[in-house]
Design a binder for this molecule. Structure first.
Ligand SMILES: Cc1cc2nc3c(=O)[nH]c(=O)nc-3n(C[C@H](O)[C@H](O)[C@H](O)COP(=O)(O)OP(=O)(O)OC[C@H]3O[C@@H](n4cnc5c(N)ncnc54)[C@H](O)[C@@H]3O)c2cc1C
Length: 429
């Protein structure tokens, strides 16, 4: 693929996470000339701690320390956060989107038929996930295997690399759609940070971006911002189309951990199974992470006595649907828990402790809260219309920022639906 800009494109997509990669693929499949600009690197995923840290732990880029000292993380790389996410698939809440004039049902049908979505076979459910499931079932809870975006025939047991970036191609990531877009002629420029949208007479005509220290411009009659929940409101602001600060959700998480005997593990697919309590806005799942990440939680919680207990410590994730609030600004992103958020976390943590006790765990402790789903910052019906158009003609937003309400679900499949729908709409323009 060439690095030289073409004099003309049909569309520019800014950001290559699930939203952006899907729009790019849809347009490229229909022979549109597409340029994708991604500020992160497109180097192959190696599945190492070092690469993951560059993608999701550089302060101010992949990681934000919020005002209450909790962490918010996102992936800055080709594929966005999907490169390092846990590959759990949840169907979009179709009724909620329909109430905003957005029908995602056709896209969902297409994607379900195409993508490797389904529960893991038992052989890939790790011993820790299985023990947690036993504990939950002993309490009579409806703890079920979750749908994953994983190719079971390539995935391997005893592996810890999902969260570092699967180097085996077992986990679906937005890079899969970028590759397909590339085969249809789309051009991806990585390490290209877009600074603003170029506007002429109220219409988007291109973008200004920086690459290798050089300021450059690219032009197209359609611009799609897909910089993610943090990136897109910032780009709209720097383009004079949005106030300095945007409120958002981030789906806070607490890990509740406890040690058991009879398991020598710590290397398995996280979120193999769980419990959705949609009415309460609480989700629980197993969450076995690689040892350095476990040790990070342990040290942060001050439980140095558990630092080397990774191989026999079960971890239950408690995730909630938080209220929209806080602020994403030009250089910061911060959202503190509100009283209703704390209440949900407390309820979820109490249940996680009961499950761990039923699984025979002792030395139970919990991490501080952290978050990995920034979104709702340019909401449908507020920042964009039902065609995802934002503030200027032919300027669109397609990523987690357009989610219209407080969330609390794995967002990726919803973003693929939004991207498929938008791609089809743009191809008709
Ligand atoms: C640890 C972790 C686990 C997760 N687990 C799951 C899970 O199991 N299931 C699930 O569904 N979701 C999960 N998620 C969340 C999910 O991956 C994200 O919600 C999803 O990737 C968001 O997609 P997006 O299209 O909004 O953009 P993002 O994935 O945020 O990607 C946006 C891209 O745009 C780029 N960008 C931003 N600004 C600019 C700019 N100015 N110029 C150029 N490029 C720019 C960024 O570098 C980034 O690559 C997880 C996330 C994390 C971090």
């Amino acid at each position: 693929m060439t690095d030289a800009l073409s004099p003309s494109y049909d569309a520019i997509v800014v950001g290559s996470g699930p939203g952006g990669a899907t729009v790019a693929r849809q347009l490229a499949r229909r022979a549109r000339r597409v340029l994708v600009l991604e500020q992160g690197s497109a180097a192959p995923l190696a599945g190492t701690l070092g690469q993951m840290a560059k993608i999701a732990a550089v302060p101010g880029k992949g990681m934000f320390i919020q005002r209450d000292a909790s962490l918010l993380v996102q992936g800055i790389t080709a594929g966005g956060s999907s490169a390092v996410n846990f590959a759990t698939a949840a169907a979009p809440p179709l009724e909620m989107f329909a109430s905003y004039g957005v029908d995602l049902a056709p896209s969902l049908r297409e994607l379900r038929a195409e993508l490797p979505i389904g529960p893991l076979p038992d052989t890939l459910v790790g011993p820790m996930a299985a023990r947690i499931m036993q504990g939950a079932h002993a309490l009579g809870l409806d703890w079920q295997k979750l749908d994953k975006m994983i190719r079971p025939q390539i995935c391997r047991s005893g592996c810890w690399r999902c969260a570092y970036g699967c180097p085996f191609g077992a986990k679906w990531t937005a890079r899969d759609f970028l590759d397909e877009a590339g085969k249809h002629g789309a051009q991806l420029l990585d390490r290209a940070k877009v600074l603003r949208v170029v506007l002429e007479n109220g219409r988007a005509t291109g973008v200004e971006f920086k690459r290798d220290g050089q300021l450059q411009r690219a032009h197209a009659p359609i611009v799609v911002l897909a910089g993610g929940g943090v990136g897109s409101p910032r780009l709209l602001h720097s383009s004079g189309l949005r106030p300095r600060a945007s409120s958002f959700f981030n789906d806070p998480v607490i890990a509740v951990m406890g040690s058991v005997s009879g398991i020598d593990g710590g290397a398995e697919v996280p979120m193999a199974a769980g419990l959705r309590m949609d009415a309460d806005g609480i989700t629980l799942a197993d969450m076995t992470l690689p040892e350095p990440m476990y040790q990070g939680f342990t040290a942060q919680a001050g439980r140095f006595d558990r630092l080397f207990a990774h191989r026999h410590t079960l971890s239950v994730m408690v995730k909630i649907r938080d209220e929209i609030g806080g602020a994403i600004g030009p250089r910061w992103a911060s959202k503190c828990l509100q009283p209703s958020d704390r209440k949900k976390l407390e309820t979820g943590v109490e249940l996680a402790r009961e499950i761990l006790a039923a699984a025979g765990a002792t030395h139970v402790f919990q991490s501080r809260h952290f978050a990995a789903h920034p979104g709702g910052s340019v909401r449908i019906g507020d920042g964009v219309d039902s065609d995802l158009q934002a503030g200027a003609k032919n300027l669109f937003v397609c990523d987690a920022s357009v989610i219209p309400q407080a969330w609390g679900l794995p967002p990726t499949l919803t973003l693929l639906c939004l991207g498929t729908r938008l791609g089809e709409h743009l191809a008709r323009l």
